[in-house]
Structure formats: structure tokens, C-alpha cells
Design a protein around this ligand. Sequence first.
Ligand SMILES: Cc1ncc(COP(=O)(O)O)c(C=O)c1O
Length: 342
Amino acid sequence: MDVKHCIAMCNATVALEIAIRALELKGEVIVPSYTFVATAHAVQWQEITPVFCDVDPATHNLDPARAEAMFTPRTTGIIGVHVWGPPCAIEALSEIAQRRHLKLMFDAAHAFGCSHGGRMIGNFGQAEVFSFHATKFLNTFEGGAVVTNDDDLAAKIRLMKNFGFAGYDNVIYVGTNGKMSEISAAMGLTGLESLDDFIAANRRNYAAYRAGLQGLPGVRLIVYNEAERCNYQYVIIEVDEAAAGISRDDLMRVLHAENVLARRYFYPGCHQMEPYISYSPHARLLLPETECLARQVLALPTGTALIPEDVSQICQIIRLASANGQGIGQRLTAMTPQERQR
Ligand SMILES: Cc1ncc(COP(=O)(O)O)c(C=O)c1O
């Protein structure tokens, strides 16, 4: 990864909290609403206000112009999220952060093994945070890390994640227990040996999805930039109901009925969740792209347990559902909520 410090932690949420505290963020921090709720919670947990910003519909990542428009005298930082692995607008956000004297860090939970301009993710902003949760590219059961090239910040974070201990009996800083467990570290080491195999499997499945869904109206597969390194961990489609003939939610129900675990991400958007919806009930008015993605995005299964024949079957189900969308919609509407859940 070519980064100076990698500080292993018990999970990415605690790693985000510690990095936010070590960077001395306060007041307001600009974050995308289109992210896993842990990004927002890590800010709110420390009584800092997450200010939700809309995303670029092409990349699903923080829109820099909109981020700058959210700036107030209370803003101390920006947390960009590299959603699905490809980097967010790092240069534009860095320029804003520098000009406005803000701290900039990245939630890189999805982006382990990805690059930007040929440089590995982990090298950008003041710090970046990876997740090694079981659903992520590198699985340590539960786990995460803060990575940074800043020696002082790394020293502070190392203290903070170990109760502030600078040696036996010598506590010199406020801290918590953010340590990665031995069993998680061992699991991570075995995973590190197989990263190339994981990428090969994910990439093969992604190519099979690309071929299987090609030309299907209303279903847009998010395409990766082949010039960069990528973990291909997520296969993401956007379902435009008008063109696809079926809504994202009905398609998901059909897939679930066929034992295909497709998942809505990041539904319904952090701003629609508590406590944020109570704090700011009208935030959605500033987040039209996030609202649209939360309605349209579906993550399809991938990983080493799937082979291209499985992918081909999943694509056939999607095509069949799209061709029969109207009838499916009517049948599902006629069902009781309990029947729909089955
Ligand atoms: C974007 C994002 N940030 C943070 C997290 C939190 O990671 P962890 O489960 O390791 O705490 C996740 C994981 O689900 C995530 O997807």
C-alpha cells in the first residue's frame, strides 16, 4: 500500500471515531448521506454535527461543489467516502479543504486494494479508514484500520486506541480500547495471502454480470475504471423503474424469492435515519441525488462462492422480472405485507 502507518483496530467504526478525535474535529463535519450510517454515527457519537451533502449521481460519491456549499463558520472538516471502492473526488476535496483550512479524511471502508492515479488508497487526506468486516474485501471477522503518512497523528492514534498507554503504568492521553483481536489479525493474515484470488473471482463475476445485463433497458451496471487497481467487491445496479418495467424493490423481492441475496444500499440514506431525521426533518430537500440512489440501487451477490454460471442465472432472473414487471408489480401489490416478506 506504500503508506507509512497502518494502525489495526477492532472495527472501522471505532477507527473512524478515533481518527475524528485525533484530528480534533468539532462543530460541523461535511459527510455524504449516501454512505453506511457508521460514517455519520462516528461523527455524531462525539457530539459533532454531521452535515449531509449530496453526491454525484455518476460516481455515487461526494459532490465537491455541493460540499463547499455546505460550508459554515462551524465547519472543521470533510469526510469523503470511497463508495464501492473507486475513489471520491480527492483532488477537488483536497483543494477545498486546503483553501478553507479544513481537515480532510476518507472513509475507505470499501476501498482496500484500490488505487487513485496509480497510488493506493490509504495515502490521501490526513488519514483514511479501512473496514475488514466480514462483508468487506479483506475479512478479519470484525476489524478495521487507520492509515496515514503523518507520524504525529499516527503516534496519537496508537495511544488513543490503547487507553492512552505510553508504557507500563504510564497513561499520557485519553484513550479507548480500539485494538484488533489476535484471532482477527490471524484471519486477516490468511486473507492477505489470497487477495489476488479474491480480485480474480470478483472481476470474473463482474465481467459475467456486464455481459449478462448488457442492453437491458433501465438497468445500469456501475462500471469500474480498468486503468486503476480495484477490488471489484461490489456489483451495483441502478434500476430505473420507468425504463426497466419493474421497481428496484419489486426486483429485489423477486430475487429474494429465488434465493438470491440482493441488497438495497444505502437505503434509505443516513438523513432518513434517527437521530438525523429528527434533527433535520427536511434534509432530503437538499439531497435529491441521494434520494434517487436510495430508491434505485441494488447490490448483487459476488465473491469466491459464486461462479459465472450462477451470475448468468441471476441475470436471466433479472431479465425475466423486467420483461414481466407489470404483472409482478400487480401480484405483489395484491399480497399482504406478511406474504410479501416470505
Ligand atoms: C462506508 C462504510 N463505512 C463504515 C463502515 C463500518 O465498518 P465496520 O463494520 O468495520 O465498523 C462500513 C461497513 O459496513 C461501511 O460500509
